[in-house]
Design a protein around this ligand. Structure first.
Ligand code: WT7
Length: 653
């Protein structure tokens, strides 16, 4: 289908939307986008109010935005609504109760379809169980579950009664649960006996038990039976999900909560060791996720949508639970790994359920490219009409493969830039309007005033690199870092007065399209997971043998970045292969397997400036190129460079 390819320069391929797609889309042309965007930036409150109107409010708001205490925004002041009612009851009331909400595919091959009716009934019953266990509005509840419908049910049940959920990714370890528990002072945990991953059982309940050793604020642990593996139940504290819901009715009033009532806390890595509890509230978050889902995925009532993210990440919150459900979407939810039992799994699911919108991450796409086209070619993927990408810049080769092999050169790709903090997609094509270029997230969404600024706060010209910012508040923005208003101000609002600093470097091209270059701080992106180098360093240093460590990212074909740790050992300890392995496992136990360094390089010392700052630039160059060509004049001990280079060559990594 080369008729919709308009070639410009050889590296500058442009793919205009096909006529048939545009004519049925919510936004049909670039002119329409330009006009809507211009208006929405001149008067964001009118635009966002029009989007909030798509929700069901039990009491309408009086003021769209109160920015008088910036950077602490209040959206839809005086408005009252229930997030769960907006995701479920509304669709049932409007006659869509029999529509499938979730086509669930378990890793072992078990499947079930859950309708909106059933989802509502089960969520209400579970909400009643939460109340029965003493959980009330404002309480923090940790959710540590596999990718199963009950994860959505648990989140929505919390929302229904105004409890604040904090989902912890199932790949995190007991220590990570403990950190999040200490920070959030949660009073309950919702977990499962286990979850399936590549044919084995992830011992979720056992991890929770380990995290709860010693003093803590947890009063109740609700345990779903998923794998029927053996678990220990602590009398008085632990209760099975099925026992807790047994006598509960499936009716539970959807109480009205303030638009600014906290909906959830989600922890994300920062450049210091302590994870940041990103706080999102109700009315603005639903407005942002609901409207972006509709326009960017161009959602239509007969679509079958599939987002392959985990509910433990913001993508799962915004584009599995809230965004799609506010829109009454039908979606696929898959529990396991993309390559279990083999690399056919995803495409088999697309074929079986006739998925029309597919949203995944570049790291997954690169893994599929490596696995070989034969797994894709065996399947009929003609139901697909739109593809999405999220998590990191998608390299043009991966983009082209995705476009041709998965999308049959027929489906637009929405490369969506956003963050845990932004709550919803901020920069992305509108698929019926925006001409696509491989590698760019293109233009800001309606109502989003994104720009690139230089050090002095001046807007950069085309092709000039700078810092990505958002100049006006938007409804789904984070409200603070939980319990740390100061860190919220320092991290996002200190660089430029009244302007949100995203922490990414970027440039625009001659068409005003945004190209994201990567993080400005020491945050890595490993297989789509954001990891603070400081978190991995503190895990390493917590091992008895380690004196000091510096962690950097190394470009990696599939994962995006690999974790490389330079480690100096305590006096008298040898850097043996056994210790190397032990340290990697230690990080796995402290944070989770995703954080395990791909390489550990023992070195007699780390490169430091005279003031004692580790020169990461130098380490990054060494891991990427094996040499140092940059300026080393500020380096305290120049001899160290040779030892560092050798650390990669002597095979101890
Ligand atoms: C960081 C946010 C947003 C959900 C998943 C990650 C990078 C994200 C893109 C994209 C280039 C991207 C940025 C951003 N990022 N999407 N389409 N193009 N970079 O959420 O863990 O909060 O990470 O991911 O660096 O700041 P997160």
């Amino acid at each position: 289908m080369s008729n919709n390819i308009e070639s410009v320069l050889k590296e500058d391929r442009v793919f205009a939307p096909a006529e048939a797609f545009s004519s049925a889309a919510h936004v049909k042309s670039m002119e329409e986008y330009e006009e809507l965007h211009r208006q929405s930036i001149e008067d964001p409150e009118t635009w966002w109010a029009s989007q909030a109107d798509a929700l069901h409010w039990q009491q309408r708001w009086e003021q769209t935005l109160d920015w008088s205490e910036a950077p602490f925004a209040k959206w839809f002041v005086g408005g009252k609504l229930n997030a769960c009612e907006n995701c479920l009851d509304r669709h049932v009331r409007e006659g869509r109760g029999d529509q499938v909400a979730i086509h669930f595919v378990g890793e072992p091959g078990d499947t079930r379809d859950v309708t909106y009716n059933e989802l509502l009934g089960r969520t209400c019953a579970f909400a009643n169980a939460l109340k029965d266990q003493g959980i009330k509005a404002g309480d923090r509840v940790l959710i540590y579950l596999p990718m199963i419908p009950e994860a959505a049910i648990a989140m929505l049940a919390c929302a229904r009664i105004g409890a604040v959920h904090s989902v912890i990714f199932g790949g995190f370890s007991a220590n990570s649960i403990k950190d999040r528990l200490e920070d959030s002072k949660a009073t309950a945990v919702i977990t499962a006996d286990g979850g399936w991953r590549r044919g084995s059982i992830v011992p979720l309940k056992a991890n929770v038990d380990e995290a709860l050793e010693g003093e803590n604020t947890i009063e109740k642990v609700i345990v779903l039976e998923r794998c029927s593996n053996e678990v220990t139940m602590t009398e008085g504290r632990d209760i099975w999900w099925h026992d807790a819901t047994e006598h509960m009715t499936d009716e539970c009033p959807a109480e009205a909560f303030d638009a600014e009532h906290p909906l959830f806390i989600l922890y994300t890595s920062g450049s210091t060791g302590k994870p940041k509890g990103i706080l999102h509230t109700t009315g603005g978050y639903l407005t942002g996720t609901g409207s972006t889902f509709k326009y960017i995925f161009d959602h239509q009532q007969d679509d079958v949508y599939w987002c392959t993210a985990d509910v433990g990440w913001i993508t799962g919150h915004s584009y599995i639970v809230y965004g799609p459900m506010v829109n009454g979407a039908t979606q696929v939810m898959y529990e396991g790994a993309p390559n279990f039992p083999d690399w056919n799994r995803f495409w088999e699911i697309v074929e079986t359920y006739k998925v029309s919108i597919f949203y995944t991450a570049p790291t997954a796409i690169r893994a599929f490219i490596k696995a070989g086209d034969e797994h894709v070619e065996k399947h009929d993927l003609s139901s697909l009409r739109l593809l999405g990408s999220v998590g990191e810049p998608i390299n043009p080769e991966a983009w082209m493969w995705y476009y041709e092999k998965i999308g049959g050169s027929r489906c637009p790709i929405v490369d969506t830039w956003w963050q845990t903090e932004t709550g919803a997609i901020m920069i992305s094509p509108l698929p019926g309007a925006t001409p696509l270029k491989p590698g760019t997230a293109t233009r800001p969404f309606l109502g989003i005033d994104a720009a690139i600024l230089d050090e002095t706060g001046q807007e950069c010209g085309p092709n000039e690199g700078g810092k990505l910012v958002v100049r006006q508040p938007w409804p789904s923005m984070l409200r603070t870092i939980y319990g740390d208003d100061q860190r919220y101000k320092d991290t996002y609002w200190n660089e430029y007065e009244g302007i949100y600093l995203a922490g990414d470097g970027a440039r625009t091209d001659d068409d005003g399209f945004f190209w994201i270059v990567g993080r400005l701080d020491d945050v890595l992106n490993v297989s789509g997971h954001r990891l603070g180098t400081a978190e991995v360093e503190s895990a390493l240093v917590s091992h008895d043998a380690v004196a000091e460590s510096a962690v950097v990212g190394k470009p990696h074909d599939i994962k995006g970045q690999a974790v490389v740790a330079f480690v100096t050992l305590k006096e008298g300890i040898d850097g043996t292969p056994d210790l190397n392995k032990e340290l990697r496992n230690h990080v796995g136990a402290e944070i989770g397997a995703i954080a395990k360094p791909d390489e550990i390089r023992f070195t007699p010392a780390l490169p430091k400036t005279r003031s004692g700052k580790i020169m990461r630039r130098l380490l990054k160059e060494i891991v990427a190129t094996g040499k140092v060509s940059g300026d080393v004049t500020t380096l305290e001990d120049k001899k160290i460079v040779d030892a560092l280079i050798a650390s990669g060559e002597n095979g101890n990594g």
